[in-house]
Every structure is written in structure tokens, then in C-alpha cells.
Design a protein around this ligand. Structure first.
Ligand code: GLA
Length: 763
């Protein structure tokens, strides 16, 4: 009988086989199968010919590609569904052999540490083409990674479309979940029914984009965070992506994923090959949360650079929101010292340190330090920051130039422009042509020199506009290859430098960028209520350790929303925590609160950054005005309960904590946090303070006096936590006491859960 490929991970099996005609037939993707399972039983049956099908030559009359589950298809041979490949002719690839061996490096970012690698060779002799399908198994993470490499073995081939992978899954009334958005509102989760026809999740901006993240999930009807069958698919690529989900008339669901064919095009000369980015697939029968857990382990262990895998991330203070472009060394050093006093570990010098960069119209592309801001140079400033007890980090935006820059004046041809057209600008800047070797060399030399001169322990690599004026087919992919080359050359030899990428926030939040730097600034929007959507959405595919999350000012600079300092921390703590507000404006009680926040975060850093993350959709988490997140690590669980808009006399809040050991007794305790008097306005009279809320006395008291939010403290078994623990009443106007939870609009609490004896298992 023909070859059967059985790829198994800890909890899943992915099987396919070679048919008598040499096509690769997908058999199964689901919970782990015993090896002796009969493959015939798994195959989609072909027992009667389906009308208007096109028969494959030389096969039995029911062999029609359109009605089969395939691992790869072509065009023009009777499969009328989405094709992963388009050239100038029909294509029909058939099996020629296989080998258990990994792919050779090819300039694209690839996951590391596969437990098994398989390459299946296919050929289409009529075209003169060979196709290698690569499969990498990540056993512990329950992920299968795939990519395809096309080679011209005869004459030249014009490639209009070459995706990385496709697979046909059994389906029906399933749901497609994607992350959509825009600047300051990235990664909002959307679920749509998979109807007949094709749904496409793609980007065309040149980046993976804040409009549509490359990750998608497919779920059976009724799937929840904890239950149900869910498939996940993501692409290790930072450019234009494309995922087509097609439901056929036979209710097969094809998922095809790779580089967006829009604007793509590639000429393969005889002997040349084209490699595609890696697609990662997972399956879980434990709901969306199960699929997310696989992707989190995968990113932490097999995507981010090995040096940073599971390594603690520092708490940063970044000056951007406090100062924008208006600073000098003295002002920054004061901020750095204050940040240190609160407990921060690394100071990030953001935009504005170079050239004539006093606003965003000039200076990008230049690396000369602004002498007015740093009279003693940058190396000296970095040394002073270190002397103050903080590591030093620096912002760069190396892929760009302002027309008003020395670089552009010297090399106007280095910027991407279209012939006969006036160049487009985004944030007053042009994109440098990273397909050119001299441009890449300039960036590698200059960014490398800045890192070495300052001894930077951290780099924030920004990218603040999208590609345009790129009319040559395939140019945008070549740009990405250039970017990956530059990142590899700068950070490969400096693995200990923590790279946080950024693109006006999360405009390039993808597994490709994470291969070079382990964290990404998730959004320019630090409003915690917005961040519930953004971080919550991203968490479908990316772990907390990848998300830069900072506490900034309120009212918030993008939403005008006034949120408690506690909630700003409570949300940011589920990521790589930082602070960005103006520390000079803090009152003594706010300082105390921040100091306590930082101490708590550092004590539980490993749990916040690497614990198992769950979005809870039962109990309070099922209410429309709540979000509940948990992170669990051996020995402790931290729960975040977030309320968006308050409702009057809010009913019972039942805290459900999934994943606990039912027979272990735990202590559930609220983290102590402040309630500032200013929150109450005139209501303070009800709590016995007879001061004019707008008056000077009140302003003074508010700076030095704070109330403590209700602290609940229970002993509960895991079984009860899974069932839901009723919490104390919320404030409803019937009086304030220290057992009333003061949530209101945008209030939140963190709860710490620890076993009462050191016997329990909590993750
Ligand atoms: C982008 C980033 C911000 C900040 C500014 C600086 O908008 O997302 O965090 O670095 O650039 O210009």
C-alpha cells in the first residue's frame, strides 16, 4: 500500500498519505491516534461519483480532486477550490520521494528546535518544476509547521502565487476567528460563521498589519475557551499575508496560507528556487484556550531567539509619553532616577535623540546625536543611566528617512519611490529600499555602532508607516528578505540585547518579528480598557511574554478615558510591564501605589510573563461588562478581574477559576490596592470626610491619603474555584465599608491563589 505519513505531537496526530495517482491526501488532524489506526477508515470516502466533477485521468471514476482532502493542490486539473499555486500554466504535483530531514537555512525566519522534520518531494514534469513540502513537528507544543519550496527544473517559471501550505479539513457550520483593527485599536477579535465560498484574512500594507493579524482560528459550533475542537493557523512572516478559508459544497474546509498573491510575482530561472514562510498549525479539543496554550508554548520555546526563551524581561521606564521630543539629558536623568526609586530596571530613551529631530518632520535616517540634548554624547548619558542603577535602552527607526535628513540629502535614491510619481509620505517619512545591499549595510553599521557605543541592553525598533510606491511584482517580499537580513546581522552577534519591535504599536505583531526580538510593543494605546481587547485578542496566538504593556497617564491620551492607576497596572501586568507616565507629576500616594505594584510584579514576574494564560468565559467572565484573565504557574495562580462599565446594583459576581486541582485547598486573597479619594468627588461626605472636593485642602489630602480597596481572603478547594466563588458586593450607593469592592467604571482587582500546603498542582 502507499506511503502513510504519521506526524504525532503530545496530544495531536496529523496524518496524510500518497494516493495511487501520487497526490498527497490529507487523512486526519485531531487528538492523538494509535499508530495501528487503519488509514482507510480516516479518508474522506469516494463511493459514488459526484455530478459535474472532473475525473482525474487514469484513475477510478470517483477520483476527482475537487472532492478530496488534499495536502497540496494545483490549478487546471479539476480541483476548483482555492489553489496554493498559480504559474503561467496548469500545475499538478505528484509524489517522487521523501526524507526525514530539516530544510536548509534560506533567509526566512524559521522556528527552532523541531522534534522531527520531514520533507516530501513532488514534481510536475509537464511544467518542469519540483516542489518540496517541509513538515516540522514540535511535539511538546502540539504544533505542526509547514512550508513549501518551488524549484524550476526545466525552463523559467513565472510564479504569480505561491502559498506556504494548504490543508483540507472536515467542517460544516464552523466559526472563523480573526483579529482586526487599526492604529490604537489592534487585534479586536471577530468571529464569523464559515459560509459557502471563500473568506480571506489578509494584509496588503507591506507589513503583517494592524488591520488584520495573520493568525486565524477555526472552531466547531459551540466551542468555548475551555471546550470544543479548535484549529489554529498562523504565519511566520512580517509582510503581506493571506489566509483563505473555503467551504466547499461537500462541506470540506480548505485553509490555505502564505504570502499574499496581491502584488506578488516571481520569475524562477532554471535551477532557482523560491522558499515560502512557515505556516504553523495546531489543534486542541480544549477550546480556544487550548489552542492558545499550544501557540504560547510554541512562541516561547521555538520562535523567540533561544537566548530569550523563558528569560525574565525587565520592567522598563520609557520617556516617550512623558516628554515626547522635548527633553535633554538632565531632564531624562531626573526621570530615570525617579523610575529607579519606584523599582524600574531599564530606562528607554525613545524618539528624538538624533539629528534635528525635534518633531516628526525631520531627522529620521541620521544617527548623529543631538548635541543640544546630549552635550556630552550618548555614551556618557547611557553611563549616567547605568550609574543611577538602570540598564540603558534606545529607540531607533532604521527602515525610514525623512526627506529633511542628511541621509536623504546625500542619497535620495535610497528611498522607495515609483518612477514618474510624486512619492507618498506617511508620518512625514519615506521607506528606505532594503532590497539594496548598500542601504542594508548602512543600517547594520549605524545601529550596531549605537548599540556598541551606548552599551544598550535593549533596542526598540520602530516602523511607523506602510509600504507604498512599490510597483515591481514581488518587491515587498524582497523588502522583507532585506529586513530579515538586517535584523539577523545586527542582533545575531548580540543575542543578549533585548529587541522590542514596534510599528506604531502593533502594526507588525507577528511570529516573523518575534524570531529576532522576543517582544513587541502591542499598541500605542495604553488605555487599560482598550488593552483588554488588544492584549486579550493577541493572546489567542501570542503569549504574555511577547507583549510590551505600559502604565501611562489618565485621562488617556487617545481616549480621554479616566481609569484608576490600579487598573492601568492590573492590565499591563499581564505582559512585559513598563511605565510611561510623567513621574514628575505623581503624588506621594501614587508613588507608593506604583512602588507596591512594581514589587508585586517582580515577585510574581515568572507567573505574569510565562505562566499559563487563560481567558475565562464562565462566571464573571461571561458577563458583558467583565473580563477575567488568569495566569498559573506551579505554586500560584493570579487572577485579573476587570470591569468595563458599571451597572447599578450589579448582581452576584461569581469568580470561576478553571484549571485548579479539585482536591487541593487554596488561599484566595485580593492583592491590596489603593482607592484614591479623588475617585469619590462629592461622595466623600458619605465616608465621613467633610471637605470641598474641589478645594485646596482636599487636593492636599488626596496627595497623601488613600483608602484601601476591599481585601477578600478565603480558603477554597480547587473544586469550588472551578465552580465559582461568590465575591463580596460591589459598591452600589448603600454605604462604603472595607468589605465593599469599589469597582465602578473601569475598576479591577488582582487575586493571588496559592495552595494552603505545598502539595497542590495549579497549572
Ligand atoms: C511610534 C511608537 C511610539 C513612539 C513614537 C516615537 O508611534 O509606537 O511608542 O516610540 O513612535 O515617535
Amino acid at each position: 500500500m502507499s506511503e502513510v505519513f504519521r506526524l504525532d505531537t503530545a496530544h495531536t496526530s496529523y496524518w496524510f498519505r500518497v494516493t495511487g495517482q501520487g497526490h498527497l491526501e490529507h487523512l486526519y488532524y485531531g487528538p492523538t491516534l494509535p499508530a495501528r489506526q487503519d488509514p482507510d477508515a480516516l479518508a474522506v470516502k469516494r463511493t459514488a461519483p459526484i455530478g459535474t466533477s472532473t475525473n482525474y485521468p487514469g484513475a477510478d471514476p470517483v477520483y476527482a480532486l475537487d472532492n478530496m482532502c488534499l495536502e497540496w493542490s494545483g490549478a487546471g486539473r479539476g480541483d476548483y477550490r482555492e489553489t496554493p499555486i498559480e504559474t503561467d500554466t496548469a500545475t499538478d504535483f505528484r509524489y517522487t520521494g521523501h526524507e526525514y530531514a530539516p530544510a536548509a537555512p534560506d533567509g526566512l525566519p524559521r522556528p527552532h528546535g523541531a522534534s522531527q522534520s520531514l520533507r516530501v518531494e513532488l514534481a510536475d514534469d509537464a511544467v518542469g518544476a519540483a516542489l518540496t513540502l517541509h513538515y516540522d513537528v514540535f511535539y511538546d507544543a502540539d504544533v505542526i509547521a509547514r512550508h513549501a519550496v518551488l524549484s524550476a527544473t526545466g525552463g523559467p517559471i513565472q510564479v504569480a502565487k505561491l502559498l506556504s501550505a494548504m490543508v483540507d479539513l472536515p467542517g460544516g457550520d464552523w466559526t472563523l476567528t480573526t483579529l482586526n483593527g487599526a492604529w490604537v485599536k489592534e487585534a479586536h477579535r471577530q468571529a464569523l460563521p464559515i459560509g459557502y465560498g471563500i473568506q480571506v484574512n489578509s494584509s496588503t500594507t507591506g507589513s503583517s498589519s494592524n488591520r488584520h493579524n495573520p493568525g486565524v482560528m477555526l472552531a466547531e459550533p459551540g466551542a468555548t475557551e475551555e471546550h470544543g475542537r479548535v484549529y489554529g493557523c498562523n504565519l511566520v512572516y512580517s509582510g503581506n499575508h493571506y489566509t483563505a478559508v473555503e467551504r466547499s459544497g461537500q462541506d470540506l474546509i480548505r485553509v490555505a496560507c502564505g504570502i499574499n498573491p496581491a502584488g506578488f510575482g516571481w520569475t524562477l530561472a532554471p535551477g532557482e528556487s523560491l522558499a515560502t514562510p512557515t505556516v504553523v498549525l495546531t489543534f486542541s479539543d480544549s477550546g480556544y484556550g487550548g489552542a492558545s496554550a499550544h501557540f504560547h508554548d510554541f512562541a516561547n520555546d521555538h520562535i523567540v531567539p533561544a537566548y530569550w526563551a523563558r528569560r525574565p524581561r525587565p520592567v522598563v521606564y520609557n520617556n516617550w509619553e512623558a516628554t515626547f521630543f522635548s527633553f535633554d539629558a538632565g531632564k531624562l536623568l531626573k526621570l530615570a532616577k525617579q523610575a529607579k526609586a519606584l523599582g524600574a530596571e531599564l530606562f528607554v530613551l525613545d524618539d528624538g535623540w538624533f539629528g534635528k529631530r525635534d518633531d516628526d518632520t525631520k531627522g529620521l535616517g541620521d544617527y548623529t546625536v543631538n548635541p543640544r540634548k546630549f552635550p556630552n554624547g550618548l555614551g556618557h548619558f547611557a553611563a549616567q543611566v547605568r550609574k543611577a542603577g538602570l540598564d540603558f535602552g534606545i529607540w531607533v527607526e532604521p527602515e525610514m528617512a525623512n526627506p529633511d535628513s542628511d541621509l536623504y540629502r546625500a542619497h535620495p535614491d535610497w528611498a522607495i519611490t515609483a518612477p514618474r510619481r510624486e512619492p507618498t509620505l506617511g508620518r512625514n517619512q519615506l521607506v528606505l529600499d532594503l532590497t539594496r545591499a548598500e542601504v542594508r549595510d548602512y543600517i547594520v553599521a549605524n545601529v550596531g555602532a549605537v548599540i556598541d557605543e551606548t552599551g544598550a541592553a535593549y533596542v526598540k525598533w520602530d516602523y511607523n508607516r506602510n509600504l507604498a510606491d512599490t510597483d515591481a511584482p514581488g518587491f515587498q517580499h524582497r523588502y522583507l528578505l532585506g529586513l530579515y537580513d538586517v535584523l539577523g546581522r545586527i542582533f545575531g552577534p548580540r543575542p543578549q540585547v533585548l529587541l522590542e519591535s514596534c510599528s506604531s504599536g502593533g502594526n507588525r505583531f507577528d511570529l516573523g518579528m518575534l524570531c529576532y526580538g522576543p517582544q513587541i510593543w502591542a499598541s500605542d494605546d495604553t488605555d487599560p480598557v482598550e488593552r483588554l481587547e488588544i492584549q486579550g485578542g493577541l493572546s489567542l496566538f501570542y503569549p504574555q511574554s511577547t507583549m510590551g504593556a505600559h502604565v501611562s497617564e489618565a485621562p488617556h491620551q487617545q481616549t480621554l478615558r479616566d481609569t484608576p492607576l490600579t487598573t492601568r497596572f492590573n492590565v499591563a501586568a499581564f505582559g512585559d510591564l513598563g511605565y510611561e507616565l510623567d513621574l514628575r507629576m505623581l503624588s506621594p500616594v501614587q508613588r507608593k501605589e506604583i512602588k507596591e505594584q512594581l514589587a508585586f510584579y517582580k515577585e510574581h514576574r515568572a507567573t505574569f510573563q510565562y505562566g499559563r494564560f487563560r481567558r475565562v468565559d464562565t462566571g464573571m467572565g461571561a458577563k458583558p461588562n467583565k473580563a477575567v484573565w488568569t495566569v498559573s504557574a506551579p505554586g500560584e495562580v493570579i487572577v485579573g478581574v476587570f470591569q468595563t462599565l458599571a451597572t447599578a446594583a450589579e448582581g452576584l459576581d461569581r469568580l470561576v477559576v478553571p484549571g485548579m486541582d479539585p482536591a487541593t485547598e487554596y488561599r484566595l486573597r485580593t492583592r491590596e490596592q489603593s482607592v484614591f479619594l479623588s475617585r469619590f468627588g462629592e461622595l466623600i461626605k458619605h465616608i465621613g470626610i467633610r471637605l470641598n472636593p474641589e478645594g485646596m485642602a482636599m487636593t492636599a489630602v488626596n496627595k497623601v491619603y488613600r483608602l484601601t480597596d476591599a481585601v477578600e481572603d478565603y480558603r477554597v478547594f480547587g473544586a469550588a474555584l472551578g465552580n465559582g466563588v461568590p465575591l463580596a458586593n460591589q459598591f452600589m450607593g448603600t454605604g462604603y465599608n472595607d468589605r465593599v469592592r469599589m469597582l465602578g467604571d473601569f475598576g479591577s482587582n488582582l487575586y493571588l491563589i496559592t495552595p494552603t500546603a505545598q502539595t497542590g498542582s495549579t497549572s
